[in-house]
Design a binder for this molecule. Sequence first.
Ligand code: 2AM
Length: 176
Amino acid sequence: MRLFVAAELPEAVLDALVETQAALRDAVRGRYVAPDSLHLTLAFLGEVPAARVDEVASALELVCAGQAPFEVHLGTLGSFGRRRSAVLWQSVEGGSALSSLAASVRRELENATFSFDEKPFLAHVTLMRAADLTHGELPMPQMARGVLDTVTLFKSDLTGPRPIYEPLHTVTLGER
Ligand code: 2AM
C-alpha cells in the first residue's frame, strides 16, 4: 500500500488554510485539495507491504515519545512545477522543532530499513493541484498559529476520482 507520514494541523491553522483556498477560488483555476485532506507531509514512503505497517507505526511511536508538542504558524504561498499546471501550497513555519521532527521521523524510518522520498524537507500544505498560475495575482494567504501535537501514518488511495487519505495510526507527541 502507498504510505506517507504527516502531521495533522491544529484547528485554527486548518480553518485559515480553507479560507486561503476560498480566496484563491476567484483568482486561480485548478483542483482544490478537500479540506479533510489538508496535511503537512513529513516523509513519503510510497509502496510498502501491508505486513510492515506495524513496523512503521512502531518507528513513529519511538520518535514521538521523544518530542514535545510545539507551535507552528502559516507562512507564504509557493508553488512547484509548471506555471500552467502547478502545485500551489502554503508554507508552515515551526522552527527547529519542526525540522527536527521531520529529521527524526526520517532517521527512524531509515533505521527500520524503510526507504522514502529523499527530497529535502520543505514544510508545506498543498492547497491546489493543476493550478493555472498564468493569470491574475495571488491573494494574500490567511495566517494562523496553533500547537502541533499529532503525527499520523496515512494510506493514500489514488484509485478514485480524488485521492483518499486514510489514517492508519496516529501518535501524540510526548512531553519530554
Ligand atoms: P505534495 O502535497 O507536495 O504533492 C501524499 O501524496 C503526500 O505525500 C502529499 O502531501 C505529497 O506532497 C507527499 N509526497 C512527497 N513526496 C512524494 C512523492 N514522491 N510522490 C507523491 N507524493 C509525495
